[in-house]
Design a protein around this ligand. Sequence first.
Ligand SMILES: Nc1nc2c(ncn2[C@@H]2O[C@H](COP(=O)(O)OP(=O)(O)OP(=O)(O)O)[C@@H](O)[C@H]2O)c(=O)[nH]1
Ligand SMILES: [Mg+2]
Ligand SMILES: [Zn+2]
Ligand SMILES: [Zn+2]
Length: 435
Amino acid sequence: MLICPLCLNDVRPGAEFLVYCTQHPRSIAPIVYRGETSDMELLLCDASPRCSNPQSMWEGVFLAHRGCRARNPFWEATQVNVSGKAVQIERPAGRFLEPDDPQIPNLRKIADSYRNVPEMWFPLALFRAINEHEDWGKMVMLTGPRQVGKTIIATMAMSQSTYVGDKLLACTPQAFTSMYTLDGGFVSKTPFLEALHSVAQLRRGMSADGPVAPTGRNEVHVRSVFMAKRAKKGRWQKLMQMVRDTIDFMIPINAIGPRVHPTISFFDFGGERFGDTAVPEIAHWIQNMHVLAAVIEIPGLIRCGRDAGTPDTDSTPDSVKRAIERLNLAPESTRRCIVVTKADLSPQAEAYLRKLGRAENETSELNGKVVLCGLLDSESETERALLELLQSDNSLPVFLIGTYNLDGSRLGRGTEMPYSIGLRMFLRWVLTGKK
Ligand SMILES: Nc1nc2c(ncn2[C@@H]2O[C@H](COP(=O)(O)OP(=O)(O)OP(=O)(O)O)[C@@H](O)[C@H]2O)c(=O)[nH]1
Ligand SMILES: [Mg+2]
Ligand SMILES: [Zn+2]
Ligand SMILES: [Zn+2]
């Protein structure tokens, strides 16, 4: 089953796509999806001689899903208006700023060529990222209550700083974000652009300005990180070559061509969706995922006596309790793990992060599971349950992650960019299944 990366609806037979190629901009008849595997090959530029269909994110084929609920930011009532329309995001005190991202001039150009199309355009690469074989694209569901740090993880996975000096995961991330409101209505313009803006800032080595806004109740952000390979040959390149060889062998005449960049797509839901009422929906989404990451935050663990007396309300659910519930929802085929966020806030976890930061490639001799077990309080019923789960399930890895300098204020300067420790190890496990 294919899904649209913007509205997240199933793409059913009869669904229509518009195709636009940045290298051969001209009118192409809409493509109708018939429900066959080979339909993927229709979603192409039909220029002759054959379009090179570049693997770069900002060139090549873009798609629009007809009837998609995601709106083009340039759409105005009855048609697209690109002239005179600045794409802006609002800042406090009535200020506005224009996000600067390679997606925006592109989107402007495409919108202008199809003035009567209200739907949002997106790169073919993004469509492939969430619809192709899991050898190429991993879909990761980040689950956890509000404010545990899910969005920070998805965002920092797009930051170059996360990969600096890594010899195993040798890559330059390229990022694409999309964002959707699940409960109908149109995607509001600003949250989408806000997401673009924070990633663009990270790409330029600046701190994301202002704290990350809470993900709305009914929103899910899909953030796809494209692991563009670095020039130097390393183990990673060899591994990718192997995968590529296999794919070439399996699909000898593949019009689309093998995808060069492996991807990780994060499905980052607003925390409150994870109240008990959302369980059927979560169970549905987990079926599609390759990886389920149950996110637990350190502040909850180092606060004592929580079980006694403090009711677990939906607005402040215990992240440990939620993690156990969500892990139990995952089907056999979904790989599961625990991610412990804000590890910089506990002395024990901090010490572990510092060791990890010094170790080349954040290797796994350092065991996050041991650290987490040390932090769990066996007096607490919930935490004891997690201890038991960790001890009984050897295949359940634990990743401790800390993100520093989130407000850009460390060292007293406002320009230091945030960086994460521990994230790389998690990403490598997501991609390869190995630590
Ligand atoms: N110190 C520290 N703070 C963090 C870390 N990760 C996240 N935070 C802070 O925790 C808050 C919540 O982070 P988010 O990533 O927005 O949380 P979320 O899980 O996406 O929350 P919702 O979207 O509301 O469900 C923000 O203020 C972050 O700055 C971390 O590793 N260390
Ligand atoms: Mg969020
Ligand atoms: Zn073309
Ligand atoms: Zn759609």
